[in-house]
Design a binder for this molecule. Structure first.
Ligand code: NAI
Length: 319
């Protein structure tokens, strides 16, 4: 729980991700101010958050030790950025993924803050060296990239600018742990960070396998959802290697020749268009028609599954 002296959190941009961060910080007992350029967005966000807190409480999924009402009382809106950031200890930017817009926001924040606050961006793929270039408070800047939906998928990638102070990384890491998230330290910035590099490696090979007529789009997805994904919810690829032989060294002894042989057969980067795109689209739309209602209901089902998985993972902590 946050101590009353801890200082508040400011969310800049109260859309999908801003609202999720607000829920998470309030679950940790932090006061949260939601800022947006659109007054209506703030009003909507506060309404959605209140409803979400009630429904989380009713389904027994509410995080933290405070009631839905107590958490709701910690979250307020503010249309004046200077007022919002006063006394804040952490600012989480959640504006649309547009480099020029985000640079403008960080330049504004840079003029308003002192040297005690952490300036953090939720960016999915903009490099810190581009986002924070030339800021006076660059040492206090970091990317904290969440995964959607952050309330049930706890990973947060922390990505520093080359000049980010180690203390900024440490403070952000500790804050993420305090609100129940699972931070990882990306030690040097790289395009795609870590999560999307892994995701794109999988998507790239999935696409090539369908393109080459080796497997259907639906069966490809089953390989992940009923195969690899089952264990990846609990252990990563490196621990998988460790457990699938008598340790990593033994795995490499046994399987590295085969891995290298197969890896050398991987094809070039796909175009993600043309006949393969049509084929994938056809199969996906048979399963989930791409109109807003069907997509929303499938997303709801996915989030319900993730909610149950998050509970299972909590119970399944190793001794
Ligand atoms: P969104 O479009 O739902 O929300 C953006 C909000 O920012 C809107 O409320 C908008 O009014 C506000 N905004 C626009 N200009 C602003 C300004 N100058 N100052 C303050 N607020 C402003 O976007 P979403 O999906 O919440 O994404 C936000 C960030 O989070 C992006 O950088 C995105 O890449 C990142 N992200 C998104 C994920 C997702 O699945 N949606 C997952 C992980 C990260």
């Amino acid at each position: 729980m946050a101590s009353p002296a801890a200082g508040g959190v400011v969310i800049v941009g109260s859309g999908l991700i801003g609202r999720s961060w607000a829920l998470l910080f309030a679950s940790g007992g932090f006061k949260v101010k939601l800022y947006d350029i659109e007054q209506q967005q703030i009003t909507n966000a506060l309404e959605v958050i209140r409803k979400e807190l009630k429904s989380l409480e009713q389904s027994g999924s509410l995080k933290g030790s405070l009631s839905a009402e107590q958490q709701s009382a910690l979250i307020s809106g503010c249309v004046n950025l200077a007022e919002a950031v006063e006394g804040a200890m952490h600012i989480q930017e959640c504006a649309p993924e547009n480099l020029e817009l985000k640079k403008k926001i960080f330049a504004q924040l840079d003029r308003l803050v002192d040297d005690r606050v952490v300036l953090s961006s939720s960016s999915s793929c903009l490099l810190p060296s581009k986002l924070f270039a030339g800021l006076a408070h660059v040492k206090q800047c970091i990317v904290a990239h969440p995964v959607n939906p952050p309330y049930y998928v706890p990973l947060v990638e922390l990505v520093p600018h080359p000049e980010t102070a180690p203390a900024t990384m440490d403070r952000t890491y500790a804050l993420m742990r305090k609100i129940g998230q699972s931070p990882v330290r990306v030690l040097k910035e790289v395009d795609g960070f870590v999560l999307n590099r892994l995701q794109y490696a999988v998507i790239g090979e999935a696409w090539r396998l369908v393109e080459e007529g080796i497997v259907s789009p639906n069966d490809l997805d089953l390989v992940m959802s009923d195969g690899l994904g089952m264990r990846y919810a609990f252990i990563g690829p490196l621990e998988t290697m460790h457990l699938n032989a008598e340790g990593i060294v033994s795995y490499c002894d046994r399987y590295s020749d085969g891995m290298k042989r197969v890896l050398k057969t991987f094809g070039p980067v796909p175009e993600f268009s043309g006949a393969t795109a049509e084929k994938v689209n056809q199969d996906m739309c048979m399963k989930v028609p791409d109109d807003p209602e069907h997509l929303a209901s499938r997303r709801q089902w996915r989030d319900d599954c993730l909610k149950s998985l998050a509970k299972l993972k909590q119970k399944a902590q190793p001794q």
